[in-house]
Design a protein around this ligand. Structure first.
Ligand SMILES: CC(C)(COP(=O)(O)OP(=O)(O)OC[C@H]1O[C@@H](n2cnc3c(N)ncnc32)[C@H](O)[C@@H]1OP(=O)(O)O)[C@@H](O)C(=O)NCCC(=O)NCCS
Length: 145
């Protein structure tokens, strides 16, 4: 298993995963912008196959996890936790003191992953995300690194 920088050449595979696992996926433009910015964009690869990816924004001493995803057929095998642990290690190596993220209130899998990894609720943005028939809350989570 290797964690490496995401490149433009990965975007087909990354978008395929993003569209498979997210009801409201990021667009190609979103990922291209992320690659051009100072974000840390990483893919998790096994036998030259991309299993998942994560994007992290570093700001002063706080890292924000912008996206994390594991391809459906590789879920429930510990890869999400591996990816999250790697992003926390990366943030620590860049002297970040805290990691924060936002997650849809209905996203039980991600919330369980974050709790298990030591994240706690630190806030709530009401009616933040669009859903098919309206909007849903965003839960803000964070942990010290
Ligand atoms: C969230 C996500 C990355 C987890 O990836 P994963 O590889 O399946 O996660 P892991 O196998 O490492 O599981 C780690 C822990 O997460 C929790 N978890 C993962 N999937 C779960 C599910 N469907 N229901 C409840 N808990 C779940 C469990 O606590 C699990 O620990 P356990 O296996 O010891 O019970 C994956 O479900 C995903 O890509 N979801 C779609 C994208 C997304 O919602 N990203 C988050 C945006 S904020």
């Amino acid at each position: 298993m290797i964690l490496r920088d995401m490149t433009e050449a990965d975007l087909d595979a990354v978008l395929k995963i993003e569209r498979e696992v997210h009801a409201h996926p990021w667009t190609l433009g979103n990922f291209s912008d992320a690659l051009r910015s100072q974000y840390q964009c990483k893919v998790l690869e096994l036998d030259k196959q991309i299993l998942g990816f994560a994007l992290l924004m570093l700001a002063v001493d706080e890292a924000e996890l912008l996206d994390i995803a594991v391809a459906a057929r590789f879920q429930h095998q510990g890869w999400g936790r591996t990816l999250l642990d790697e992003m926390m290690a990366l943030a620590r190596s860049r002297n970040m003191r805290r990691m924060v993220l936002e997650v849809r209130a209905s996203n039980a899998a991600a919330i369980a992953l974050y709790r298990k990894a030591g994240f706690a609720n630190i806030g709530l943005r009401r009616a933040y995300y669009p859903v098919l028939n309206g909007r849903e809350d965003a839960i803000l989570m964070g942990r010290e690194l």
